[in-house]
Design a protein around this ligand. Structure first.
Ligand code: IVH
Length: 661
């Protein structure tokens, strides 16, 4: 291919990819499959690799994440990024409207009301139709240049349609959708990493990452609410029209009102509806519509006078703190959990709340016996907010961070930031129980029947000290379990025996290596082919594997070099477990070019069915979209079924699916 041919082909591919992205994210339809899209993207990547001068900053290949940065450079905002004053009651909001009336000297003032999206403020500049840069608010004058991270947001156009304005700066909020946030936390649990407390924290944390490839895997999204420096736009409603024309997403719900009563009814309605929005909201933003009016009202040193935030009360309740228990995790992390007198809040009964860590208990001076205020808002896990110190009788007990594991008595370790406290004893019975539970779980080795209580007994009577001991169990040993019949024993032994044939990625995931989730384990086996090859790999080799980055690789490397782990692997191998990827010659190509989403209860677990789909040439995705070809729906299918029906995705039963093969 000559340079000229390559340039022409790259321009064509780039335009096509931009067009398909726009179709998908803005018009919610698609003309090509995921595979076809990926094939075009790969072709463009190959051309850019051969002819680096053809790589433009708005290339669709930039969405998968470019090279990691050393640090963020600073961008000075063309117009200051201000914050908003807050109001917390309808009276305060009415007072705000009265100030507008006084300031403008008239009765009716046209205002717009939008949801206040709980994410991270961002400003983005387009020049000549191309996304030039994006930055965080920082101190309001200058912020971090997070352009490469923002480019991974698929909904964000890197190039604007030709028929609208080409140069302007837009302001908006980056957020993590509620569903994506929940899934991310599940994955972090699986990988033994700490959960994010709420979607805003996870968004802020993600934007601060220096490796855009990691960012590309996080489900960030964006909405826009403002425009600066656009000459022919005269009102907020005209801003909405411009956003629409540019394919930039605006708020899903917007009201217009010109009286105090109108504002109040809008904020009440929003409160009803905001639960069904895809993002977390903590209030409403009320803005004067006309830019001329805005200029007349002006701003204070920190916030405009023409806009205000109305904050909804997160639901709170008071209850008694009965105890602070210590939860021992699979990685040995000791986490304090508040046990509460049950109380109804946001429609559910809450009897446990998170205390995050001991530093927080100390900072808030939380004592056992205290009356505490707990709060629950949206996706956020119930948390203890404050203590009602005025209700203290003097009998409340101060709780200090454990110096020793409450279960095995080993002295604890603290991480560098001194926040996570861990029991370092690999034989701690509680840690062992959590590890075995993880190993046998459906997502890992899928040894069905072995529930928490059986595992607890196995560990307590010292039949099982690590996962390899499971494979030494026999009828005689299991007969020592209490309240377990011969039929169950038979089933356990069969399930354990069958698990020896599981795919080796399940074994790698089941071992519970810090930072290695199910997805990472799968990638490791795809890349290296066997557990022995992973064990032998250097840190550098490991980072060559997709999805294995600078944090995960050393963690894997260390794990495979610890003596007790080497011994454990030897025992698992002797027990006959499967250490090498069977070279799955595709069972068929019957599902080539199709993308599947699996939902509901089916005859086998999802991973097994997903493997079958992949072995027959299909792709499996976690969520229903315009690119989904089939939804495989089992019993009790829920929201995915609704979404598929809405999008007109073909729904197949398990019987139909089997028939297709
Ligand atoms: S308008 C002069 N509209 O809330 C500032 N802000 O507390 C004009 N926010 O910094 C901001 N949703 O990050 C506006 N619909 C919305 C918003 C919104 C969320 C954030 C924004 C702002 C912060 C102020």
């Amino acid at each position: 291919m000559t340079h000229a041919e390559a340039a022409a082909r790259a321009a064509f591919l780039s335009a096509e990819l931009h067009r398909h992205n726009r179709l998908y994210y803005i018009e919610a339809r698609s003309e090509i499959s995921d595979q076809q899209f990926d094939a075009l993207l790969r072709e463009l990547q190959d051309i850019e690799a051969k002819f680096p001068d053809l790589l433009t900053p708005d290339s669709p290949t930039q969405r998968v994440g470019g090279a990691p940065l050393e640090g963020f450079t600073q961008i000075t905002h063309s117009v200051r990024m201000m914050s908003l004053d807050n109001t917390y009651s309808e009276e305060e909001l009415a007072a705000f409207f009265a100030r507008l009336q006084k300031g403008l000297g008239r009765e009716k003032i046209d205002c717009v009301i939008e949801p206040k999206v709980d994410g991270v403020a961002i400003t983005i500049r387009y020049e000549n139709g191309v996304l030039k840069h994006g930055a965080t608010r920082g101190d309001g004058q200058t912020g971090d240049d997070v352009t490469n991270n923002l480019k991974t947001i698929k909904r964000l156009p890197l190039r604007l349609p030709k028929d609208g304005p080409q140069t302007f700066e837009v302001r908006g909020e980056v957020f993590m959708p509620k569903a994506g946030f929940a899934k991310l936390n599940e994955e972090r649990d699986e990988a033994g990493e700490p959960r994010f407390a709420n979607p805003r924290n996870s968004t802020a944390g993600t934007l601060k990452l220096l490796d855009p490839k990691t960012v590309a895997k996080r489900p960030l999204d964006i909405v826009f609410y403002g425009l600066v420096e656009a000459s022919d736009v005269q009102s907020q409603t005209e801003v909405y029209a411009l956003l629409d024309a540019a394919g930039l997403r605006k708020a899903d719900l917007i009201w217009q009102a010109d009286s105090a009563e109108g504002l109040l009814s809008a904020i009440r309605e929003l409160d009803e509806k905001r639960k069904s929005l895809p993002y977390e909201t903590d209030g409403a933003v009320i803005k004067v519509n006309s830019f001329a009016d805005q200029r007349e009202l002006g701003a204070t040193s920190k916030a405009p006078r023409w806009a205000i935030a109305y904050k909804y009360q997160p639901e709170q309740a008071e209850t008694k703190l009965l105890a602070i228990d210590i939860q021992v995790g699979r990685t040995g992390a000791l986490t304090p959990v508040a046990r509460l007198e049950p109380v109804l809040i946001s429609g559910s009964t809450v009897s446990n709340a998170t205390l995050h860590n001991y530093e927080e208990i100390e900072r808030k001076d939380i004592r056992v016996g205290d009356i505490v205020v707990i709060e629950k808002a949206g996706e956020i896990i119930p948390a203890v907010v404050t203590v009602k110190k005025e209700h203290r009788s003097g009998d409340e007990a101060v709780v200090t961070a454990p110096t020793h594991c409450p279960v095995c008595g080993t002295g604890v370790h603290r991480d560098e930031e001194q926040v996570v406290i861990r029991c370092p004893n690999p034989h701690c019975p509680e840690v062992v129980k959590r590890r075995i539970e993880h190993f046998v779980s459906r997502a890992a080795m899928d040894i069905s029947g072995l529930g928490e209580s059986v595992i607890a007994q196995l560990v307590e009577i010292k039949l099982v000290r690590d996962v390899a001991d499971l494979y030494a169990l026999n009828e005689l040993l299991l007969a020592r379990l209490e309240r377990v019949g011969t039929k169950s024993i038979d089933n356990y032994l069969k399930a354990i025996e069958t698990s020896k044939q599981q795919d080796p990625w399940r074994l790698v995931f089941g071992l519970g290596i810090l930072h290695v989730g199910a997805g990472g384990a799968r990638k490791l086996l795809e890349h290296f082919g066997s557990i022995d090859a992973i064990a032998a790999a250097s840190i550098e080799d490991l980072t060559q594997c997709p999805d294995i980055g600078a944090i995960v690789a050393p963690s894997i490397h260390v794990w495979f070099r610890e003596e007790h782990n080497v011994a454990l692997l030897d025992r698992l191998r002797s027990a006959g477990l499967n250490f090498a990827q069977r070279t799955v010659t595709a069972a068929s190509d019957k599902l080539n070019g199709t993308t599947w989403v699996i939902t509901g209860t089916l005859s086998e677990d999802r991973e097994t069915i997903a493997d079958t789909i992949r072995a027959n040439g299909g792709k499996v995705s976690g969520s229903v979209s315009g690119k989904t070809t089939y939804l495989l729906a089992g019993e009790d299918a829920g929201s995915k079924l609704d979404k598929a029906t809405k999008l007109g995705v073909k729904i197949v039963t398990e019987a139909e699916f089997r028939a297709m093969l």
